[in-house]
Design a protein around this ligand. Structure first.
Ligand SMILES: *Cc1c(COP(=O)(O)O)cnc(C)c1O
Length: 402
């Protein structure tokens, strides 16, 4: 027997990806001024960032980062439990808890790590985790790491959730769902899920990475907008690298939850704390997220404008009230070709293909931001009108609205 070679297998997988037009390409951005990016000397109007409120370049946030770095340096120098926990981290955690109406909050370096830490802490082998099929990859990876049994239900299908929970009445159970789905932009049936979880003695976790900043009073998120408290949604997770415009993530909930994460979440314990200056910058960002209601109002107006225009053009646009407005195309090659045609017109929109989305649901993931203007949205609509063949339009619309 000759042992096969790992790199031969990589080469095969590479060839297969190329053939199926599923290879991803890394591109370096030279400059980012909010809505416009410069890539390889070319200015592109971007509709693919998650900077939904246009805060990533805000001068006050930049100044907060600089001032804190001047005063305290850059590196946190250690994990939180060693000596990396700075008073900026502590203050930010208190402000995040206050914002989301939770008892306490805990910072993580990324949302991916937060989800790994939560599920690994709460779930053991033999427990049950019920998840929406369209949940973010980090929630799926997290349940694998926890060793719990995973059951995935069809997107937002509350009756299916009920069947899955009833099929394992004896097990400790967690239901985890995105609040706003990252590739579709729609909102989970949060109130129904919370009601069902109470009946089924199941804990509910919502990942609101795309809901905070956008929905609810002071942008407290989709959970707040649905009127759900810590009692209804005991585990709330959200990221800081999207609407908040900086980087990192947090989990908010009871003191008991936060204490358990501090003691047991491996992705919290065994990693260097975020730079304190980043926490300082995020505190400034959070003040703006809460106070600048006009950013949310502007964003929602732009979303409405885009949807009105896109539906008039007969584009296959699923129901979404969030900043994520995908145009469902189906084939990967078609999505890629369309993204390239838009780029030739100076617009950057990313084609999202398997394995990020299911086969035959490749799409353009268009995201809007308060950094855009009405003229930007109109330019996007004109380009879509010019680039999308009529065969893709109304014909597929009926299928999508089912
Ligand atoms: C982006 C995202 C994450 C990961 O957050 P990062 O901070 O980028 O690691 C987790 N969940 C959802 C739903 C996301 O969209």
């Amino acid at each position: 027997m000759i042992r096969p070679d790992l790199f031969d297998r990589l080469a095969l997988a590479h060839a297969e990806r190329e053939r199926a037009q599923l290879s991803r390409r890394l591109r370096s951005v030279d400059q980012n001024d909010g809505s416009h990016l410069q890539i390889a000397g070319k200015q592109l109007l971007a509709f693919c960032s998650n900077d939904y409120l246009g805060l990533a370049n805000h001068p006050q946030i930049v100044a907060a980062l600089k001032n804190a770095a001047d005063a305290n340096g850059v590196g946190s120098t250690a994990a939180h439990l060693i000596c990396g926990h700075n008073r900026e981290h502590a203050a930010l955690e208190e402000e995040l808890a206050d914002w989301t109406g939770r008892e306490r909050a805990l910072l993580f370096s990324t949302g991916y790590m937060a989800n790994l830490g939560v599920l690994q802490t709460l779930l053991h082998a033999g427990d049950l985790c019920v998840q929406d099929k369209l949940n973010h990859a980090s929630l799926l990876d997290a349940v694998r790491l926890s060793g719990a049994e995973l059951k995935r239900y069809p997107h937002s299908d509350v009756a299916a959730v009920q069947r899955q929970l009833e099929s394992r009445p004896d097990k400790l159970a967690l239901l985890a769902s995105d609040g706003v789905f990252s590739m579709d932009g729609d909102i989970a049936p949060l109130v129904h899920l919370a009601t069902l979880c109470k009946k089924q003695q199941t804990s509910l976790m919502i990942d609101d990475a795309h809901g905070v900043g956008i929905f609810g009073k002071q942008g407290a998120g989709s959970v707040a907008a649905a009127g759900l408290s810590q009692h209804d949604v005991p585990v709330l997770m959200a990221t800081l690298g999207k609407a908040v415009g900086t980087c990192g993530a947090f989990v908010a909930g009871s003191a008991a939850l936060i204490d358990a994460l501090t003691q047991s979440a491996r992705s919290y314990i065994y990693t260097t704390a975020l730079p304190p200056a980043l926490a300082a910058a995020t505190r400034t960002a959070l003040r703006l997220v809460r106070a600048d209601e006009w950013r949310r109002e502007k964003l929602h107006k732009l979303i409405e404008r885009f949807r009105r225009g896109a539906l008039q053009l007969g584009l296959p646009l699923p129901d979404s009230t969030s900043a994520i407005q995908p145009i469902l195309l189906g084939a990967a090659a078609e999505s890629l070709a369309l993204a390239q045609a838009l780029e030739a017109r100076g617009l950057l929109v990313t084609a999202i293909r398997p394995p990020t989305v299911r086969a035959a649901t490749s799409r353009l993931r268009i995201t809007l931001s308060a950094a855009h203007t009405e003229a930007d949205v109109d330019r996007l609509l004109d380009a879509l009108d010019a680039c999308i063949p009529s065969a893709i339009r109304t014909a597929r619309r009926s299928a999508i609205h089912q």
